[in-house]
Design a protein around this ligand. Structure first.
Ligand SMILES: [Zn+2]
Length: 292
């Protein structure tokens, strides 16, 4: 009996030591926070196992209207590197900057030509493969500055990712250049950068935030446009409100297809292990179907 409890004590001590060693090991990696899903996914692909990458906004929560709690700010400010989009979408980042943190901050939209409506910049740059490539380059530069000893490792992962993004850009260009229809209808103007970069025309029911409600006047404008241009498909956003799109579908007979804003993952996305690039490919398939 005595022997047995001694054995237990030894096991316990050994267990604790092993645990302690693991924690030290993990904390030697830089901790990197990305403000929301698409930045998180691209960062995780470049960082591989050399950094601990986390997302500030939970993966299944969209970026519009989110604010960090005091607890979030305290936790995030302990990290080494914070990557945020900029363009007004994650402007709450200033609260973390003001917390007295030692973390480095990088705005990953640097270098993307913005689309403006009046003075307001449309922040949905990640949905165009062209700007996704600029975002990936900025993320790589930030990781290399923060963790110089793994510079070559990050470079290699970045090259692989950038190859896939360049391929995606080529597919968007090839598939969307010869479509019969050029106009596509969505709920909020999240797809402006696809429209600009690949020669399409996006019509949205509301502006840059999916938290707005479409006006009856806008609804009937869009209904008339669908009838006039004989548009066969309209898009419901994934994730996002579906009701106004259903109403328009019922009034016009236009069929509904999904188009993913990739600002967050849906439960279905998580289940099928989707990532940024696979969702971008699904978007291209659905755009092609709608515009043919
Ligand atoms: Zn949006």
């Amino acid at each position: 009996m005595k022997k047995f409890s001694l054995f237990l004590v030894v096991l316990l001590i050994f267990g604790l030591t092993a645990c302690g060693a693991k924690t030290t090991n993990e904390s030697s990696k830089p901790v990197v926070y990305a403000s929301f899903y698409p930045i998180y996914d691209l960062t995780a692909k470049i960082a591989g196992d050399k950094a601990e990458v986390k997302t500030i906004i939970p993966q299944n929560v969209g970026p519009h209207g989110w604010e960090p709690t005091t607890k979030d700010i305290a936790e995030i400010s302990k990290s080494n590197l914070i990557l945020y989009l900029g363009m007004g979408l994650d402007s709450w980042i200033s609260k973390i900057k003001d917390s007295g943190t030692n973390a480095a901050f990088f705005e990953v939209s640097n270098g993307v030509e913005p689309i403006k409506s009046g003075n307001v910049v449309n922040p949905h740059i990640w949905l165009s493969p062209k700007s996704a490539q600029i975002i990936a380059k900025n993320i790589k530069d930030a990781l290399q500055k923060t963790d110089a000893k793994n510079k070559d490792y990050y470079e290699k992962n970045y090259e692989a990712l950038n190859g896939k993004l360049a391929e995606l850009d080529k597919e968007y260009k090839n598939e969307l250049s010869n479509t019969k229809q050029k106009t596509f209808i969505v709920f909020h103007s999240a797809f402006d950068y696809i429209a600009r970069d690949y020669g399409l025309n996006e019509i949205s029911l509301v502006g840059m935030s999916d938290e707005a409600e479409p006006s009856p006047a806008r609804m009937s404008e869009v209904v008339n446009l669908i009838k006039k241009e004989n548009i066969k498909y309209i898009f419901r956003e994934e994730p996002g409100p579906t009701k106004p799109i259903e109403v328009i579908s019922q009034e016009t007979g236009a069929k509904i297809l999904p188009l993913n804003t990739i600002g967050a993952l849906t439960n279905e996305d998580i289940q099928k292990k989707a990532d940024f690039i696979s969702l971008m490919k699904e978007n291209l398939d659905n755009l092609k179907k709608a515009l043919e």
